[in-house]
Write a protein that binds this ligand. Structure first.
Ligand code: PMP
Length: 395
């Protein structure tokens, strides 16, 4: 069929005309009747993967559900964003100069650092680079969901190491699980959703006992904890550390992560990583974000002050909570967790039900924002608890 929409010869190549592919499809109507069996099937691994849909819709309330910065990024970053020209978007992003800046900021060499599209991409690429059929990923659980999601797309086996009821780091059990097949040990430090930490001594022992494995220490919540293994990069050959700009820096929407590790490991990761996955807006903003450490320090200390106040309020409400070194606190709500989350949402506060995490039934994770925001959250929390208790009495 000619380009019917305009009637002009050659107009099929206009971006606004019906696409040529659509025209060809119309020429082969039998293709439209293809049965499900004839539709290309994804890999068996992908078919077995669980769907993961984080509840990101309608989040105009107080966002205490994703452990984000609850205020804004540095005003210096906003200035850079405002000055970006449309013309600069026509170029492919060049990450190397910014990588060098980040490396210097972290006290590392450029060849020890790789920038990624958030730590999520870092996890994905790390697993794709190292996990083969027959390999094992050791995963203390409960932990960050995306480790299991990305691991399940590989041919490796996930060995989950369940934390006890106190949700502290299952160090001894993890050591026992190390085998010649162990290829990656993934540890979020601080961990989510518990907020618990592994000590430096524990991590060093793991690094020593598994020299044949990558020990991946995800320091996404570093700014609320203050302890790091970055100083061991270049000394310990099997350590890889991740950092994100999504939390204290307030840049979750820009998608910026960092992988740091021995210079000998990084080229393998670069082979798998798209050279363009960190976009030019993110690269343009990163130097200003790094420069404004006063902003990040302010946000970190505000969260710590708010966390102490919030924990005291949770204790006063006689709710069990887990000790946290991050910008969130896990609390025990019990069987009516879903109702609690709904009551909080109705009061304008979004919190995250973690009941489906291993060993977390009835538990809800609440992100810590500023003191002012958390006072609002405490009011909502006490009202929701009162409503649940009243409901219980009536039953
Ligand atoms: N690691 C941990 C432990 C997290 O909790 C999260 C996000 N909540 C991430 C990584 C993802 O970070 P990013 O936004 O950089 O992908």
């Amino acid at each position: 069929m000619p380009n019917s929409s305009s009637g002009v010869k050659g107009a099929g190549f206009s971006p606004y005309a019906d696409s040529p592919q659509k025209e060809q499809w119309a020429l082969a109507p039998e293709a439209a009747n293809a049965s499900a069996a004839e539709i290309p099937a994804p890999r068996a691994r992908v078919q077995a993967m669980k769907e993961y849909h984080p509840p990101l819709g309608s989040r105009d309330s107080l966002r205490l559900d994703f452990n984000e910065n609850t205020v804004a990024c540095s005003p210096k970053v906003r200035e850079v964003l405002a000055a970006i020209s449309a013309g600069s978007l026509t170029r492919y992003p060049e990450r190397e100069p910014v990588e060098a800046l980040v490396a210097a900021h972290l006290g590392l060499k450029p060849e020890q650092v790789v920038l990624t599209n958030g730590v999520d991409e870092a996890i994905h690429v790390l697993f794709e680079t190292f996990l083969d059929s027959g390999d094992e990923l050791l995963l203390p659980v409960p932990t960050y969901t995306m480790y299991e999601v990305y691991a399940s797309a590989t041919d490796a086996r996930v060995i989950a190491i369940q934390a006890g009821d106190d949700l502290t780091f299952p160090h001894e059990r993890l050591l026992t699980a190390i085998s010649p097949r162990t290829k990656i040990i993934a540890i979020a430090n601080p961990n989510s959703p518990s907020g618990s930490v592994a000590t430096r001594a524990q991590l060093l022992e793991i690094l020593r006992r598994a020299p044949h494995a990558v020990v991946f220490v995800d320091e996404a919540y570093f700014h609320f904890h203050g302890e790091t293994l970055l100083d061991l990069i270049g000394v310990v050959p099997n350590l890889i550390v991740a950092r994100t700009f999504s939390k204290a820096y307030g840049l979750a929407g820009l998608r910026l992560g960092v992988l740091a590790g021995a210079a000998a490991l990084m080229p393998w990761i670069r082979r798998v990583l798209s050279p363009y996955s960190v976009n030019s807006l993110a690269l343009a903003c990163l130097p200003a974000a790094l420069e404004d450490q006063a902003y990040v320090n302010w946000y970190g200390s505000e969260v710590l002050a708010a966390r102490a106040e919030f924990e005291a309020a949770v204790d006063a409400a006689h709710i069990r909570r887990w000790s946290s070194r991050a910008n969130f606190v896990l609390v025990e709500i019990g069987p009516r967790h879903a109702e609690f989350v709904r009551l909080m949402r109705e009061a304008g506060v979004l919190v995250r039900d973690r009941s489906s995490d291993p060993g977390c039934d009835g538990r809800v994770r609440i992100t810590i924002g500023t003191r002012e925001q958390m006072r609002e959250a405490v009011t909502a929390l006490n009202r929701a608890l009162a409503a649940l208790r009243k409901g219980n009495l009536a039953q």
